[in-house]
Design a protein around this ligand. Structure first.
Ligand SMILES: [Fe+2]
Length: 453
């Protein structure tokens, strides 16, 4: 059954250069294969929790996107690789039809991994042919969107496999090259921002998702941003000061979460109080000693907010510290080049800040929590067609994150890009302008996963 052809918004992707698009298509698909290369078929099959997906599912679903949204409406004499895959690998697109149960994706042992690779190869050949021969600009724009969709799933693949490996008591290693080197610690410092009338949202010629538009005005009061991300060492102070057992710092829902889940530290930390030793931290490089200068990662919004309240109340030089709004973050980030510890760096782990002036680590390392709710910008219009379900229907009960992470591809990132970690801020109100550090997480938070699926 064919569905209505999705129509991308004008200007969503203007890469009309066939050679460039073909080259980018090959590069993104090859990178997904490279990320899966260290994994066994058993690694690719397992699903560690309802909000994570097996690697095999990610490999199949991104291929489903190209087959369903590009080949089905635009390929002459379209014939699916397997008609049953249309339901099996549909994530959440009601406009396409039924979906297989998300929490049970790990139970789908057929098709096997080899067949999923064969599907990918066939779709690659067909998309390459379409790029070479179609005159339909919508088809080319949707291929561009499909590549950004696949790059989102590259980050999900890494995040989901990290969670899966973390459950194994053998602490398996995804990548053996431990990236951390000894650096001089960078002191936390506030970078003042004047505020005033600013514009945020996508403004450029390149690709952007519909939730980054329209560009619009925002008023900012004078504030300050911390120069770098919050570190493991600073977070350890919070833990050792009883931060997780003191309700003063927590939102009501956050306190309920801490108590019912028995949360005592960030995800992947193992505390060793009996040995009076530093925590260890599970990483894609195995279980490692906590490095005090590395940015903290995998903390929930509740934890980030609680840390800000604690640090504002207990540190005289941090009074007023809070999470920044997304407008405060974007106005500052838009003045900076999109560079940092991103997927291409190969570290796949946050790295300590290196001494420099101005705002550091705004892009890469860890997604940064903001205080802003995920809501449509004034005048927001979802992309037309079934692919319009990509973002708009998730704009409730979620909080915006910014800046990408060490798992985000550089070519996928820009200042207006929303995800769902954080950097603290502080408003000027008679006190010195301050902005606290950042906090972060990758994608264990359920809200992230629901956006990116
Ligand atoms: Fe997806």
């Amino acid at each position: 059954m064919r569905h209505d052809s999705p129509q991308p918004a004008p200007g969503t992707c203007r890469d009309a250069n066939r050679a460039d698009l073909a080259q980018r298509y090959q590069a993104v698909r090859d990178q997904t294969r490279a990320l899966a290369a260290p994994l066994s078929p058993e690694d690719c099959q397992a699903q560690s929790m309802a909000d994570a997906s097996p690697t095999k599912w990610h490999l199949a679903h991104v291929t489903w996107f190209f087959e369903t949204f590009v080949l089905e409406p635009f390929e002459p004499d379209f014939k699916p690789f397997n008609p049953a895959f249309r339901v099996l690998y549909n994530s959440y697109y009601n406009g396409v039809g039924e979906q297989f149960s998300r929490p049970q994706r790990g139970l789908v042992t057929r098709p096997d991994l080899a067949e999923v690779w064969r599907w990918r190869e066939q779709v690659d050949e067909r998309i390459t042919q379409l790029i070479a021969h179609t005159d339909n600009a919508d088809a080319l724009r949707l291929i561009g969107m499909g590549l950004h969709h696949e790059q989102q799933h590259q980050e999900l693949l890494l995040t989901d496999i990290k969670h899966l490996l973390s459950i194994n008591p053998l602490s398996p290693v995804y990548q053996r090259a431990w990236p951390l080197v000894s650096v001089a610690p960078v002191p936390a410092r506030w970078v003042e921002c004047e505020g005033g009338l600013v514009e945020i949202g996508h403004a450029g010629e390149g690709f952007a998702f519909d939730n980054e538009s329209p560009r619009h005005r925002q008023w900012l009061e004078p504030h300050a941003l911390m120069n770098r991300l919050v570190t493991h060492g600073e977070w350890l102070d919070f833990v050792q000061d009883g931060g997780y057992t003191d309700p003063r710092w927590w939102l009501a829902a956050g306190w309920d979460w801490v108590r019912t889940q028995g949360i005592r530290a960030p995800l992947y930390w193992t505390l060793h109080p009996e040995a009076n030793a530093l925590p260890t931290v599970f990483t894609l490089h195995g279980d490692m000693p906590l490095d005090p200068h590395t940015p903290v990662v995998h903390v929930s919004y509740f934890e980030a907010d609680a840390f800000a309240r604690w640090t504002a109340a207990t540190h005289a030089d941090q009074r007023g510290a809070r999470l920044p709004t997304e407008a405060e973050w974007e106005a500052a980030a838009a003045t900076l080049p999109v560079q940092g510890n991103l997927q291409e760096a190969g570290a796949l782990h946050p790295m300590p800040a290196r001494a420099s002036t101005g705002l550091l680590q705004m892009f890469g390392d860890v997604w940064e929590w903001t205080a802003s709710s995920y809501s449509p910008y004034p005048g927001y219009q979802p992309t037309e067609g079934a692919v319009g379900e990509y973002n708009g229907k998730f704009m409730v009960n979620q909080t915006v994150l910014r800046g990408g992470s060490c798992a985000t591809p550089a070519s996928h990132l820009r200042a207006s890009y929303l995800g769902c970690g954080w950097r603290a801020a502080c408003s000027a109100s008679g006190q010195p302008d301050v902005m606290s550090g950042q906090y972060t997480k990758l994608l264990e938070n359920q809200s992230d996963l629901s956006i990116l699926d």
